[in-house]
Design a protein around this ligand. Sequence first.
Ligand code: TRP
Length: 320
Amino acid sequence: MKDVVLTGDRPTGPLHLGHYFGSLANRVKLQDVHPMYVLIADYQVITDRDLPGRIQRNITELLLDYLAVGLDPAKVTIFRHSAIPELNQLLLPFLSLVSVAELQRNPTVKDEIAHSSQRAVSGLMFTYPVHQAADILFCKGTLVPVGRDQLPHVEMTRLVARRFNERYGEVFPLPEAMMGERPLLRGLDGGKMSKSRGNAITLSATEEETAALIRKARTDPDRLITFDETHRPEVANLLTLAALCLGRSPQDVAEEIGYGGAAALKRLVTEAVNEFLRPIRKRRKEHSEQDVRQILAEGDERARERAVVTLDEVKAAMGF
Ligand code: TRP
């Protein structure tokens, strides 16, 4: 049986190079091989914050990022939670299949609660992994490219699918997570790369913004540049970034710089990143807001047709 790929992002801000090398590059490859759905998980935005924020703006920017990196709406169905009532309706039967104890055990949810700015933990925080099962199962997704933090959610999806099939008959395939061999790219301050920490190079940043961010990046005073992740994590991270952009090894890049010190390192990284992002930035400008609306409307419609069929099947299996 052919795999159906489903993955998605929360529209909380622009995508950065960590997203690119961690997952977007892989999606661009997968779109040529498998039927693929990419979800703009807009309802998931309100799990760890009280308000969705500039949601329309963020959705538009996210879609422009997708188009810029080469996701092709002729091959990929890009859609939103909020446009697919039938997907959301799957949450109800699915919730009946899991216990409260199982919801409370999810390590990613626990971690998000620990980092949340909310004063009270909402019911959605505990139940969104089941909603995510609906994201994956509405199209009978079988392959889910995700980062490590999402593994508990794929596990939850398998649990929901298995229990549904046991109780009501064989409807859902059991999906598999697909983890890339992504090299860990840190932010320019050595911490986790994240837009909110101001340490990430976004795909939509200008050349000048990129240069300014790299200029501020943390390094060390040793003039001989070497790739040593344990003792020189910041320098190693810059080397990794340049290497990814250049398609070379970080050791090789380090050797080229030799005794040039942090200044030469930063010059090289800036050039490599800007060169790499040039075609992406160019493609981003080729699409108007009108295009974005059109692409979303078409994706939403295709996804909704799929969801209607699955919900009908689910209701029939359950005897409604
Ligand atoms: N939880 C994912 C994230 O925060 C986004 C997401 C929502 C997702 N639904 C999904 C990812 C389904 C994969 C499959 O990044």
